[in-house]
Design a protein around this ligand. Structure first.
Ligand code: AFP
Length: 329
């Protein structure tokens, strides 16, 4: 029997009473995100029974195959969050242009960027997928919110989070005061606090890199791979590899167990594969708040100045000492 049952909204309110800089209007956002993720979850867990598995027959702005569940998740978040009223503009990894919310209160001041279903090519084989989100305030002086408001450096985020649809469904968020995790209890229909103040363990237990790309990796990544395999003179013992190819799932495991994830530059993708605004920045914010670090291989991820809404960036994220080691490799 649980001692306490704390919902995200309750937790956010308690945190707000401790931290004056937390944005009160965001509480409604968490209610909306949890609603959207409950709906997405209900589709993800029964996708094999209906007609929601497989490709939708289109490619997105990234040139990748869109899965039917990508479309479903994107529409679901747009419809729910679009009616929130406090968002001035939205941006989705699945859509080329910024999205005008269907309802805006006067003075709406937030920007929401989201990846509706990260790792979606894994859905058909029952591997965990996730939703990632990131929140900014509109730029000072903005009258007509636009793409510019969506292209702020990551250090300007006021909150970020993700939902991982796995063996259980978890939502993890930060509003700049630690990282908190909630597990969905289907019997109650709520996300309840299960992991308060998550800190990445000091020991790096896993490294997560797609080594199938080895022939295309730069010397920096290859040197780092030698290091984690204990093949250098540093007395580093080999650590285990874990990579499922679903960023949220790989990141979540490393956050809880200690680890480093890297999707570095390759010869054919000099900017890596992952997107700065939808994947790298929100997870970098969470990772730093949990005591870890994130870089693009040279500089702090949150300091990267965006040049495009859908720009890709090499991502190195996890235990701080390992990220520093990668940067110096
Ligand atoms: P999909 O959304 O197309 O499945 O891509 C997932 C992803 O963007 C990210 O979640 C993974 O970490 C990464 O791609 C895996 O890419 P590789 O298959 O090239 O390793």
């Amino acid at each position: 029997m649980r001692k306490e049952m704390i919902t995200i909204e309750r937790h956010f309110l308690t945190e707000m009473s401790k931290h004056a800089d937390m944005q009160p209007n965001l509480i409604n956002l968490f209610t909306d995100i949890t609603l959207a993720s409950k709906i997405i979850r209900s589709q993800v867990i029964t996708a094999g029974l209906g007609d929601l598995l497989g490709k939708a027959g289109e490619t997105n702005i990234q040139g990748e195959d869109v899965q039917k569940l990508d479309v479903f998740a994107n529409d679901c978040i747009k419809n729910i969050i679009g009616k929130h009223g406090h968002f001035a503009v939205l941006g989705s990894e699945e859509e080329e242009n910024v999205i005008e919310p269907s309802f805006k209160r006067k003075g709406a001041q937030y920007v929401l960027l989201f990846d509706p279903l990260d790792g979606s090519s894994n859905i058909d084989v029952n591997i965990s997928v996730g939703t990632i989100f990131s929140i900014y305030k509109v730029l000072d002086g903005t009258k007509t919110p636009s793409e510019k408001d969506c292209m702020q450096p990551g250090y300007e985020q006021v909150a970020a989070g993700y939902v991982v649809y796995g063996a259980s469904v978890m939502m993890v968020y930060t509003a700049g005061h630690g990282v908190h995790g909630f597990t969905y209890d289907p019997a109650v229909g709520e996300f309840l606090l299960s992991h308060e103040n998550i800190k990445i363990p000091d020991t790096c237990t896993y490294y997560s890199i797609n080594e199938g790309n080895a022939s295309e990796l730069k010397p920096q990544s290859l040197n780092f791979l030698k290091y984690v395999k204990g093949q250098t003179d540093d007395n580093q013992t080999a650590i285990s590899a874990r990579y499922v190819g679903s960023l949220v799932a790989d990141f979540h495991r490393n956050l809880l167990k200690g680890g480093i994830f890297a999707y570095p530059a390759t010869d054919s993708s000099p900017n890596g594969k992952l997107r700065l605004m939808y994947e790298a920045n929100p997870l970098a914010f969470i990772c730093e708040q949990a005591g870890g670090a994130a870089s693009d291989g040279t500089q702090r991820m949150l300091d990267v100045v965006p040049t495009g809404l859908h720009q890709r960036v090499p991502l190195v994220i996890g235990n701080k000492d390992m990220v520093e080691r990668f940067n110096k490799s």
